[in-house]
Design a protein around this ligand. Structure first.
Ligand code: CAA
Length: 240
């Protein structure tokens, strides 16, 4: 029977590419989204991938949403915690709200996504946990104390889960994308973006599909010996 995969933030950007790639590999995929009903409906129409709306920052919403997915689609074998936001500001201008929103979504949201799925993976003796971190969690980034802290924290989560899940057939790994051609990166002021591209040895932004291929590999049986690892896909911008 086809394995089931859940991708948070799975109807846009890198998440959409991941959802599609997993579907192409034969997984039954459910994708979550936070707010944009219209885009989610268009995504379902285009791909046939079911979408579910909840806020990953809210534990009870996540738990209820995951229960619904498991009821409708089946027990989740592969979870890709991809949903993330930016609220960039130099530290001296960063507000407590900007800090909290990013922590709630990018860090606590990862806990809220994996925690309700984890007991079932343990019982069934199989699981693939994949977190989409970031190059900026590895190297830090001007105007991203909040985002960098959460993405570094996500690496702490997978390294700990890798130890806890190993005996139960569960692996936990991360992908650290560099700057990828998505709405998130396109929102960076053009001059700043051009300067960033100048720091990428391959001379271009990455494509969402290049991240999706890392995820399908980590989800596969072939990756069973890879646990607690990070795949950096950043065009050579930073070696970690
Ligand atoms: N390094 C050093 N100095 C920098 C800098 C950098 N990377 N970026 C900006 N500065 C400087 C500017 O030159 C300017 O200096 P002056 O005051 O001396 O002119 C100052 O910092 C910026 O001050 P502003 O008042 O203009 O800053 P602002 O409040 O308007 O904020 C910004 C602007 C939010 C920093 C904007 O430049 C920005 O968005 N930068 C990009 C940040 C970034 O890379 N975010 C990543 C988004 S993509 C992502 O997160 C996905 C992923 O995982 C990779």
């Amino acid at each position: 029977m086809a394995r089931t995969a859940l991708v948070t933030g799975g109807s846009r950007g890198i998440g959409a590419a991941i959802s599609k790639a997993l579907k192409d590999e034969g997984y039954t995929v459910a994708a979550t989204y936070a707010g944009n009903d219209e885009k989610a409906a268009a995504f379902t129409e285009e791909t046939g991938i079911k979408t579910y709306k909840w806020n990953v920052a809210d534990y009870e919403e996540s738990k209820a949403g995951i229960a619904k997915v498991e009821e409708e689609v089946g027990p989740i074998d592969v979870v890709v915690a991809n949903a993330g936001i930016t609220r960039d500001a130099p530290f001296h201008k960063m507000t407590p709200e900007q800090w909290k929103e990013v922590v709630d979504t990018n860090l606590t949201g990862v806990f809220n996504t994996i925690h309700p799925i984890w007991p079932g993976m343990r019982e069934r003796g199989f699981g693939r946990v994949i977190v989409i971190s970031s190059i900026n969690g590895q190297k830090g980034q001007f105007a991203q104390t909040n985002y960098a802290a959460t993405k570094a924290g996500d690496l702490g989560i997978i390294k700990s889960l890798a130890q806890e899940g190993a005996a139960k057939g569960i692996t936990a790994n991360a992908v650290c994308p560099g700057y990828i051609a998505t709405e998130m990166v396109m929102a960076v002021p053009e001059k700043v973006r051009e300067a960033i591209i100048g720091q990428i040895p391959v001379g271009r932004l990455g494509e969402p599909e290049e991240i999706a291929r890392c995820v399908t590999f980590l989800a596969s049986d072939d990756a069973g010996f890879i646990n607690g690892s990070t795949i950096s896909a950043n065009g050579g911008q930073y070696f970690a």
